[in-house]
Design a protein around this ligand. Sequence first.
Ligand code: GLA
Length: 393
Amino acid sequence: MKLNQLKQTFEEVFGRLADRIFFAPGRINLIGEHTDYNGGHVFPLAITFGTYALAAKREDDQLRFYSINFDKQGVIEGSLQGLEYKGTDGWTNYPKGMTKLIIEAGFPIDSGYDVLFYGNIPNGAGLSSSASIELATGVMLEGLFGLAIDRIEMVKIGQKVENDYIGVNSGIMDQFTIGMGKEGAAIWLDCETLEYEYAPIELPDASIVIMNTNKRRELASSKYNERRGECEEALSRLQKQVNVKSLGELTPEQFEQHRTAIGDAVLEKRAQHAVYENARTIEALDKLKEGDVEAVGQLMNESHRSLERDYEVTGKELDTLVYAAWEQPGVIGARMTGAGFGGCAIAIVKDENVESFIREVGNRYKEKCGIEAEFYMANIGGGARELMREEME
Ligand code: GLA
């Protein structure tokens, strides 16, 4: 959908013109999965798909929300006086929560607003559409009300909305990537200290392909919380022997030395994933800097195996896509991305092989899982921002 159409829809829905247009991307993660809440490293990047927010201030304290993606629900009304979470408010809880927590963080929002959202992130694909709408709302409020919100603070507010307001116990990766993304670069982030570095992704003859299982991510949040709990338990058992604050502080060597302290096979596997995945993510930065994309691909493959066997968050659909990808010519590496339990996988594929890759992996997946996979080329875009004139057409 073109921005002109979005502007026109805003006018039809609200009977006035939109003042400003904002955008927040979605994200994929190259490597470093289920490490963020374990105090480890992640290596994600912002993509050019995302959430558009067209907005205008109001004179009163009313809030009017409209989403082209949920157009059947029509305009949903709210007010600055009614920002509490309500299950029946559905998707508007995201912008409501962001508004509430930004006010609580001390930023004055002195009037209501009309906002239209449109997201072109494939639905339920695990590419962080919820963090995207949170940060789109964040930059919208910042722009409309002239607030000076430090970007990392906005990222943290987004995570707080997710954790405390929506009730999903996720880490910082998604909001950080979406708030801090940079065109052409992945973000190598230490989730314990929030120190980060941009790593340019230069793939002269290859591309990143996103493969969508198109499988609904059932039970994803309860399984996610279960894994978090298992890691916390493994950590507290390890802490009886070693003085560490998080699993991310342990090198594989230290882990091997103390792993028996965990005393439970399942918990040991979970912790093993967290520790080794963090080590792989640290290594991936070095390899990328050396221009050794093949080595990064190998690390991605190992990451998938670990997520399959030790962390057990892949499932038939993601495994089928990734196994099929590994068999194709021109594939440098492939793995699931995001929380798992359905959602998307990614592959780095030589450009000359992309066409046959998509065809072959798609066929194999259809045969085995009975679902059509979808494929998108990942372009690395910038973080949440107001769209400037030249970006508008
Ligand atoms: C989800 C969460 C992130 C992160 C990933 C797994 O995307 O929102 O915080 O934990 O899963 O790496």
